[in-house]
Write a protein that binds this ligand. Structure first.
Ligand SMILES: Nc1ncnc2c1ncn2[C@@H]1O[C@H](COP(=O)(O)OP(=O)(O)OP(=O)(O)O)[C@@H](O)[C@H]1O
Ligand SMILES: [Mg+2]
Length: 140
């Protein structure tokens, strides 16, 4: 990895099983710490990578997670997580974002909880078009 203050880096993970998820989680945590996030915020970023990764494995079978850092205007630093799959799509996005809704035997808190942990959160999903979730956290 480059020196901590150098602007950009990108991590790309193919997600097919729980080992891929924990690898992405661990490397994402290290990247967040390297960018300068405090342990508490870096841990939140790791949790989001883990939850979105688990969903890819559970509901879409496979997909990708990209974790990248940058600066807007060369000043404020951020970390962005992009979870992408070509699975069945999220059928009832509103209820999923409200939280407590699951189609498996989960708690139904992965997506809604992830939204609360991040500063920006966008979901693009369509039946049989897959799902792309983009989440950003700004360095304070
Ligand atoms: N990538 C995805 N593709 C298709 N459906 C998804 C995807 N991610 C989430 N879903 C749907 O949204 C629901 C809610 O997801 P969420 O992660 O919030 O909870 P969960 O996975 O059911 O339980 P947990 O709290 O253990 O994560 C899932 O049950 C599933 O139906
Ligand atoms: Mg989940």
């Amino acid at each position: 990895m480059n020196s901590p203050s150098s602007a950009r880096s990108t991590l790309f993970f193919r997600i097919e099983n729980v080992h891929d998820v924990s690898d992405a989680r661990r490397k994402g945590l290290l990247l967040a710490l390297d960018v300068g996030f405090a342990t508490a915020d870096a841990t939140k970023i790791a949790v989001v990578i883990s939850e979105l990764g688990r969903n890819i494995v559970s509901y879409a079978r496979s997909g990708t997670i990209t974790v990248l850092t940058g600066r807007d205007d060369g000043t404020r630093r951020y970390i962005k997580i992009i979870a992408d799959d070509r699975g069945p799509g999220i059928k009832d996005l509103r209820r999923v974002l409200d939280g407590g809704y699951t189609t498996s035997n989960g708690l139904g808190l992965g997506v809604s909880g992830s939204q609360k942990l991040m500063d920006e959160f966008a979901v693009r999903t369509g039946e049989n078009e897959g799902t792309t979730i983009t989440a950003v956290k700004w360095l304070r």
